[in-house]
Design a protein around this ligand. Structure first.
Ligand SMILES: Nc1ncnc2c1ncn2[C@@H]1O[C@H](COP(=O)(O)OP(=O)(O)O)[C@@H](O)[C@H]1O
Ligand SMILES: [Mg+2]
Length: 315
């Protein structure tokens, strides 16, 4: 039913700067980018061949929904997400509107800082693996006796390097971030990330979602101002767990990709490296339903009824 509208790769008549795992990033002018979230999905770090209908829209609108609330507290890159506002600023984008509408953000171009600012509020995934082996997280000791998926009090800043496409990010210590960026900037990244995570966790909790961990990215604009960039507190950049089934001592189902992971995991003949197997239509549909459900659960609004927020338009 959605097949003809899902987008695996966008093709706009603008310089394409980057095709990431999910987003196609175009240059609009010297200081402005159009970030188009495709419907690509990855699992086990492999981009799959089938798009998940509405996924790009969900990621873009969730980011806009958060940034509207967060902008009282910190500066971010989002200029406009409402398509009329985007076209008002860049009339040349009107002709391709159908290709980018609802899945795109017009943003301030920055020099991204090459550190992924991960905040962990629960111990899971690679952090759980390291802790089980050595009692540490990013080489720094943690309390004894933690169990899988246990609440970390307080949450931990656990940065990693931003790896090139196809490579895995590497965990680094706060000391290494200081060496890379200096103590002022490193401290700012840690503070902003922790505060933003704490805010997001409270809001998500009220919707019955545990925000187990998340990753922020920051960049410096042409005047050197620090901005929160990229997607923010989405199911792709975070682990969202359903509160009702949370149980310490085991791994938790993911609210979004679980149908895909389960189906791939049950295959005996795929070694989790490219090329990936084709997903059956019912798995694609189950994942699409999950993304829409997350949007509705988090914001309290149906995706189709959501009006993109307005941002003050800089001159
Ligand atoms: N305001 C910005 N200025 C410059 N680059 C940005 C900005 N916001 C996000 N980016 C970059 O755009 C890319 C987004 O595409 P994505 O599909 O998420 O890529 P990735 O596979 O690297 O995660 C990321 O590399 C991110 O660092
Ligand atoms: Mg990304």
């Amino acid at each position: 039913m959605f097949e003809d509208t899902a987008v695996l790769e966008s093709e706009l008549d603008l310089p394409l700067l980057h095709r990431g795992k999910v987003r196609d990033v175009y240059e609009v002018d010297e200081d402005t980018l159009l970030m188009v979230a495709s419907d690509r999905v990855s699992a086990f770090d492999v981009v799959l061949s089938q798009p998940i209908p509405n996924k790009g829209e969900v990621l873009t609108q969730i980011t806009a929904w958060w940034l509207k609330q967060l902008e009282r507290h910190l500066e971010h890159h989002l200029i406009a997400v409402d398509p009329d506002a985007i076209v008002r600023r860049h009339p040349e984008l009107a002709a391709t509107r159908q290709a980018w509408v609802r899945r795109s953000m017009l943003v301030t171009r920055t020099n991204p800082i090459l550190v992924e600012c991960v905040i962990r509020g629960y111990i899971t995934g690679s952090a759980w693996k390291e802790y089980r082996q050595s009692g540490t997280l990013a080489n720094e000791p943690l309390a004894d006796g933690l169990r899988e998926s246990e609440h970390l009090k307080p949450p931990i800043f656990s940065p990693s390097t931003k790896a090139e496409q196809g490579k895995h990010d590497e965990n680094i210590t706060f000391g290494q971030v200081v060496d890379l960026l200096g103590s002022d900037l490193a401290g700012q990244l840690r503070e902003l990330s922790l505060e933003t995570y704490q805010y997001g966790r409270k809001v998500a909790e009220n919707s019955g979602i545990i925000l187990a961990d998340t990753k922020f990215e920051f960049g410096l604009d042409h005047s050197g101002k620090l901005l929160l960039i990229d997607e923010v507190l989405t199911p792709d950049s975070s682990r969202f767990w359903p509160k009702e089934s949370y149980e310490v001592g085991r791994s938790q189902p993911s609210l979004d990709k679980q149908p895909i992971r389960d189906w791939l995991d049950a295959l005996s003949d795929w070694d989790k490296s490219p090329p990936p197997p084709d997903l059956p239509a019912e798995v694609v549909q189950a994942a699409a339903d999950r993304y829409e459900e997350i949007f509705q659960r988090l914001t309290g609004i149906q995706l189709a009824d959501f009006q993109p927020p307005h941002f003050s338009e800089p001159q």
